[in-house]
Design a binder for this molecule. Structure first.
Ligand code: BTN
Length: 327
């Protein structure tokens, strides 16, 4: 798209200038058409400085998600990958499922400024106002055994920690199985859902909600105590479009590594780096039962290893963890 190409030229020149003529020649379009595209971009929240002798320079970018700006910042353009940015959707996970069912070629991703029925684990509501946070889902057709899904989410979790640590000056952590946390407060959550044929995953949706720019004051009081946004940690607004472009690159690479089985060694190292539960006394609520114990880590299928008071160690595939006070 011309719009993306213009943005790419302007971004590449930053903080310098690019002449309208140079952009037009590079893109093989007229100067008038470049000017028209830039007017359209202005209406979408971009600002350009213009000097007759030097050309144009980007002076303002939209804070909300902008498909062209994300695309223009992709470092690697993976063959066949497409994505959508929607103003509003019920749930990006549900939109991915619909598009998969309709036959859209994978991989693809759906991003939304706002969700009306954002979902978390256990059917909980995921607050999803249009507040500069990230609501994203990636769709794949992996053809792997269903048993690998848990490690997939954990692997994606450490991938997200790696990404997030580039945007804030503090170290993120992962709380098994799907929470991205900072000092006990939740900055993000993952929801992986799959349709399974007899012994293979037919398609898989990896959903990620990340509190990027929401002011804590906008959340309900109880949530504000438990949640944190990246902008709060960074002390300044986080560039959502840049973060989204980086997310796409990392998720697609992590997916390829996972499918090729290249992630195994890296996973063990990264999990140990980001795991906030190892060595902690916790309660695991699972299937109506509560079990207490000390976390020893995760096994190779992604189960949480818990040692009880009798010294017995068991792996748990699902459940919700509460860290014991003072542990
Ligand atoms: C959790 O922590 O329980 C998981 C939260 C997952 C939220 C994301 S937001 C984008 C995607 N769409 C949804 O409806 N849920 C996930």
């Amino acid at each position: 798209m011309t719009e993306t190409l213009i943005l790419r030229e302007l971004l590449a020149a930053e903080p310098g200038w690019v002449s309208g003529g140079a952009i037009a020649t590079k893109l093989g379009v007229s100067r008038v058409s470049v000017w028209h595209q830039m007017e359209k971009l202005r209406a979408q929240g971009f600002g350009f400085e213009a000097l007759p002798a030097r050309g144009y320079r980007l002076s303002r970018r939209p804070r909300m998600l902008h498909a062209g700006l994300v695309e223009a910042q992709l470092k690697v353009r993976r063959k066949g990958f497409t994505f959508l940015v929607l103003d509003e959707v019920d749930s990006t996970n549900d939109e991915c499922a619909r598009q998969l069912a309709a036959g859209r070629a994978a991989p693809f991703a759906v991003f939304a400024q706002k969700q009306t029925r954002g979902r978390g684990r256990f059917g909980r509501v995921w607050h999803s106002e249009a507040n500069g946070n990230l609501y994203s889902s990636f769709a794949f057709r992996p053809r792997i055994e269903p048993g690998r899904m848990q490690t997939f989410t954990l692997w994606m979790g450490v991938t997200i920690c790696e990404l997030v640590s580039r945007f804030v000056p503090l170290a993120p952590g992962i709380k098994w199985p799907n929470d991205i946390v900072f000092d006990g407060r939740k900055a993000g959550g993952m929801l992986t859902e799959a349709r399974v044929d007899a012994d293979q995953i037919r398609d898989l949706v990896f959903g990620l909600g990340l509190n990027v720019n929401s002011p804590a004051a906008d959340w309900p009081a109880d949530l504000a105590r438990r949640a944190v946004s990246l902008s709060e940690l960074a002390g300044a607004a986080v560039d959502l479009n840049h973060l989204t472009a980086a997310l796409i690159g990392r998720v697609l690479l992590a997916y390829e590594r996972f499918i090729e089985g290249e992630h195994v060694d890296m996973f063990a190292e990264l999990w140990n780096k980001y795991d906030v539960l190892r060595g902690r006394e916790i309660t695991l609520a699972e299937g109506g039962r509560k079990r207490r114990g000390k976390v020893l880590g995760v096994d190779d299928v992604g189960s949480l290893l818990l040692r009880d008071d009798h010294g017995r160690t068991r792996g748990f595939r699902a459940g919700e963890v509460t860290v014991e006070k003072g542990a």
